[in-house]
Design a protein around this ligand. Structure first.
Ligand code: PLP
Length: 371
């Protein structure tokens, strides 16, 4: 079986982890945490970085730090991971979802502009699967209405929009370091901001809202979102290789493209837009409507051929948990609904070899030939 993801950990990971154990620094107090924060901030051109336990809780902390709560609306794509809408709902605010572009799979700026109301406080910009969102119209709408931007750059380490790093846009940017991301710490996340007060607030929220003058006396509630020195040690080793990882992902995408181009019934990822070259967080495929089976069936057939796949996201407006809360009633977003049913991704991890890519592509072509 070719696994859907296998990370690459053959740089300084072992050396830095051994250093943690030899020095005894394993908690969040250890020196790798700040080193990793400084490295990410420098790389993305931000003043501050706050390392946390995962990318999902980074979004919760971002929403909380901006003071978004009951009565407020946050606009976000429906086609994304549940973490995005969950952060808004847990804050007591209302998520407002928009549809996606059928080719880039990213949120549509025209729909964002159309959904702004007097209650809108923020736009959660989520870059999907390897290409950045169209930032120019999103920044324009946010500027015109005085909305904060929360940039979810969890899939975008090393990507740029018109040469400017993803992770540098808006009030707060967030990252994840789950093992299928371009930089991994096993579990981990980070928030980046240029705002001194926001950074301070994020650090407080991360650490149970401990604050002077008396530890254990609390004016507000935070969480324990701290990243350990062990995780940050991995992060430092991984970040050293980010450029190499991005090159590797692009080469993988190009190899898949070359072997799958022209396969009847198959839509491939866009290799580039006017603003960016794809970094292929995952290599996604979308079945044409005339293919007589859906993504679930395609993945079953590929599993029988020894290829591990994963489905695309399921839209927020079709989530049972949110529908039961009375959210998104009557919402229809055809592009997001179609991507969920026709889209899946093939093995895309950094440890994937060329022979494996060729075998996966061959299995995909054979599966489509059965249609
Ligand atoms: C992976 C991911 C997250 C969540 O990150 P975790 O570290 O797994 O909690 C959030 N947003 C997007 C877009 C992601 O891809």
């Amino acid at each position: 079986m070719i696994p859907v993801n296998e990370p690459l950990l053959d740089g300084n990971e072992k050396r830095y982890l051994a250093e943690c154990i030899e020095t005894g620094w394993i908690s969040s107090e250890g020196p790798f945490v700040e080193r990793f924060e400084h490295g990410m901030a420098a790389r993305m051109g931000r003043r501050h970085a706050v390392a946390v336990c995962n990318g999902s809780m980074a979004l919760d902390a971002a929403v909380a730090a901006l003071g978004i709560g009951p009565g407020d609306e946050v606009i976000l794509p429906s086609f994304t991971i549940v973490s995005c809408a969950a952060a808004v709902v847990r804050a007591g605010a209302t998520p407002v979802v928009v549809d996606s572009d059928p080719l880039t799979w990213n949120m549509r700026p025209d729909e964002v502009a159309a959904r702004v109301t007097a209650r809108t406080r923020a736009i959660m910009v989520v870059h999907i699967y390897g290409l950045p969102c169209e930032m120019a119209p999103l920044l324009e709408v946010a500027g015109r209405h005085g909305l904060a931007i929360i940039e979810d750059a969890a899939e975008m380490h090393g990507q740029t929009w018109r040469g400017r790093p993803c992770g540098s846009f808006g009030a707060i940017s967030t990252f994840s370091f789950y093992p299928n991301k371009h930089v991994t710490t096993g579990e981990g996340g980070m928030l980046l901001t240029d705002d001194d007060a926001l950074a301070e607030r994020l650090r407080r929220l991360r650490n149970l809202a401990f604050a002077p003058p008396r530890r254990f006396v609390h004016e507000e509630l935070g969480w324990n979102l701290r990243m350990s020195n062990l995780q940050a040690a991995l992060g430092c080793a991984q970040l050293e290789r980010l450029d190499e990882f991005v090159r590797r992902k692009r080469a993988m995408g190009a190899r898949y493209d070359a072997r799958l181009r022209g396969t009847p019934g198959l839509q491939l990822p866009l290799p580039r837009t006017d603003d960016a070259e794809n970094i292929y967080w995952v290599y996604g495929l979308v079945l044409d409507d005339d293919v007589p089976f859906d993504a679930d069936e395609a993945m079953r057939r590929l599993a029988r051929r020894g290829v591990g796949c994963r489905p695309f996201f399921w839209p927020m407006h079709e989530q049972p948990v949110f529908r039961r809360m009375g959210l998104f009633a009557g919402e229809r977003l055809p592009a997001a609904e179609r991507l969920a049913r026709r889209g899946f991704y093939v093995p895309s991890g950094l440890a994937l070899g060329e022979a494996q890519i060729d075998a996966v592509a061959e299995a995909v072509r054979a599966t489509l030939a059965e249609a």
